[in-house]
Ligand binder design. Structure first.
Ligand code: FDA
Length: 582
């Protein structure tokens, strides 16, 4: 019997969740092994929309520039177009992904980063290469089979698929980032709510120069209403840009009760022809695969020393582009907690906050993504496009909107309203950035006694910055000498940060006296950091002598509105709660 390989954290899966967990752990100096079932990383584009919060995480992990260099930039993402085919009639557009001028301003005010389109087959190598360069030991063709756990650790049995034999990996903690059919989550007995297989979908990856149909209305997504487009799938036929304007991915539905169609090249080409609408364009189909729309989320993300992240615990359609974003953010939430528990700074109770903070977000995004599919129906209802009918009738219904009649005017208005309502899928800035971790459920957040003011505007559409404990630290441009940086650039890197201002000396002394590593940031005239625009003063919600303690993941853990002579005690009490020592 061979001896088990040992590590601190075993990560199962090298998708967005596993790769970012490994990257964060290695960045923090935590020994880890990542195993993955296949011989390569993702070989198809899959998830792609990368939101500002994820870009902030990648910025902290030191790979933002590489992602920007490889991604399609925000300005080419945002004319979500509804049409009868790419070459056919256009039904309308919605400005998307921060490209509406007002939303663009909101994006610039909210974060130092920009959204981008980073297909998963390009994203995974960036994350994995950086993780390996920083110490992750990666094993391809290694399949997780089972695990047992005891008081000190987890023993996982894995199979080397090249040699065919099995061996054991002994870790202090196990992260199951093994995707939508997670065996780790099943073995850990994580209770799942919802339903798998709600609808059937096919992805077809193809190459074609579609510049003449797309470059004048640059977008990531072109939605197609054609006969059969509303059967199964994600609300309509979809032509998604992978690389402008030559690489594409079509999503097309099928009746899940009838099973997936035979995915021959002829079948795939027929769908491509239907959605492109110009048979003269040369097309090369690269691959096609069937998948199902799911509406499932786990109520609990952990069992003992086993933690699950990503699709393992939330399964939903690609609407709103939340899949890989939420997976990266789960991993980022978990990694610093594991680091502090493993190095003895925190009690293992800190890890309870992982489920408390992330499970409500998982439920929210699964619900949002599925609601977005249903909200596409009114676009087609406006064209009488949902009832069963012959293709000729459908085209006649669509053409009727051009008539000079009262009925046609009403139809046009309904169509405009239905398309405009799709901002909840394509411009939901609040969904991306308003995540809050309530102190009532998470011990890693210290309540400051202030009532929750709620949101002034629709929290799904509009980001609202706050320094209330449980909110992400607001972004403001500040300076340090000749350098301009974001307040978010002062936090992260696996350690806590205390932000204060002139009059906050007692907080700085208190931070320096703690055992846990706490960086200190003093913002004010003549200090290391200055606030020349006054942005931070407007956003901080504390007086100059007050303090914010920000966790390694950029969330405010503790806030005190003013200078405090007993700062040492207040901060020590707060840290005891956050680190699970009480
Ligand atoms: P992910 O599924 O990416 O990774 C799981 C990892 O676990 C893989 O590395 C796998 O090899 C490994 N693994 C699984 N079982 C294992 C075992 N027993 N042992 C070892 N390793 C194991 N989203 C979107 O927003 N837009 C889109 O168009 C698409 N399209 C799409 C197409 C297809 C075909 C799929 C499968 C998924 C999508 N998605 C998508 C969803 C998106 O890809 C998904 O939300 C994220 O990849 C989730 O990231 P995870 O890391 O959680 O799982």
């Amino acid at each position: 019997m061979s001896t088990a390989v040992e590590t601190d954290v075993l990560v199962v899966g090298s998708g967005p969740a596993g790769a970012s967990a490994a990257l964060a752990l290695s960045t923090y100096g935590v020994p880890n092994i990542m195993v993955t079932r296949y011989a390569s990383l993702a070989d198809t584009p899959r998830a792609h929309i990368t939101n500002q919060r994820t870009m902030e995480v990648l910025r902290d992990l030191g790979v933002e520039d590489e992602v920007i260099a490889k991604a399609t930039p925000q300005h080419l993402m945002g004319n979500t177009t509804f049409c009868t085919s790419l070459a056919g009639e256009e039904l309308g557009r919605v400005r998307s992904w921060g490209n509406d001028p007002l939303v663009q301003a909101a994006h610039q005010l909210a974060s130092p980063t920009r959204m981008c389109d980073m297909p998963q087959h390009l994203m995974e190598p960036v994350l994995v290469n950086a993780a390996v360069a920083r110490g992750t030991r990666l094993r391809f063709e290694t399949e997780y089979l089972s695990h047992t756990q005891d008081a000190d650790g987890v023993t996982a049995t894995v199979r080397d698929r090249l040699r065919g034999d099995t061996y054991q990996i002994r870790a202090r903690y196990l992260i199951g980032a093994d995707g939508g059919r997670s065996k780790v989550a099943t073995d850990a007995g994580l209770p799942m709510g919802g339903q798998m297989g709600v609808a059937g979908s096919i992805n077809i990856v193809f190459e074609a120069d579609l510049t003449r149909y797309t470059a004048h209305r640059p977008s990531t997504l072109y939605w197609v209403l054609a006969p059969g487009a509303t059967v199964g799938g994600i609300g309509a036929g979809l032509v998604r840009c992978v690389r402008p304007w030559n690489e594409w991915l079509i999503v097309w539905g099928y009746d899940v009760t009838a099973g997936a169609p035979d995915l021959t090249t002829e079948y795939a080409e027929s769908i491509v022809r239907k959605l492109v609408g110009d048979d003269a364009v040369p097309v090369t189909v690269k691959s096609s695969s069937a998948w199902t729309v799911n509406e499932m989320y786990a109520e609990t993300y952990a069992n003992g020393r086993v933690f699950c992240a990503g699709d393992a615990v939330h399964r939903h359609p690609p609407s709103n582009g939340l899949g890989s974003n939420t997976s990266v953010q789960d991993a980022y939430n978990l990694a610093w907690k594991l680091k502090l528990v493993l190095d003895g700074t925190a009690h293992p109770r800190l890890l309870d906050s992982y489920t408390a903070e992330r499970a409500p977000i998982g439920r929210q995004i699964v619900t949002r993504a599925n609601r977005s599919i249903r909200e596409t129906a009114p676009v087609f209802e406006a064209l009488d496009g949902l009832s069963p009918q012959t293709p000729e009738q459908l085209w006649a219904n669509i053409a009727a909107r051009k008539d000079a009649t009262e009925a046609a005017a009403k139809q046009r208005a309904r169509l405009r309203e239905a398309i405009a309502f799709k901002v909840y899928e394509f411009n939901a800035h609040g969904v991306d950035l308003n995540q809050r971790y309530p102190a009532e459920s998470s011990a890693a957040i210290v309540p400051d006694g202030t009532p929750d003011p709620g949101f002034d505007r629709d929290p799904e559409l509009h980001h609202q910055p706050s320094t209330r404990p449980g909110a992400r630290l607001p972004h403001a441009w500040i300076t340090s000498g000749t350098r301009t940086l974001s307040t978010l650039d002062t936090v992260g890197r696996g350690r806590f940060t205390l932000l204060t201002g002139i009059g906050g000396e007692a907080w700085v002394r208190a931070a320096e006296a703690q055992e846990a590593e706490i960086a200190t940031v003093v913002i004010g005239p003549g200090q290391e950091y200055e606030d020349p625009y006054g942005d931070w003063a407007r956003l901080s919600e504390i007086s100059d002598g007050g303090a914010l303690l920000v966790r390694p993941d950029g969330f405010v853990a503790f806030r005190h509105a003013s200078a405090a002579p007993d700062a040492g005690e207040l901060l020590a009490d707060a840290l005891r709660r956050i680190l699970g020592h009480v």
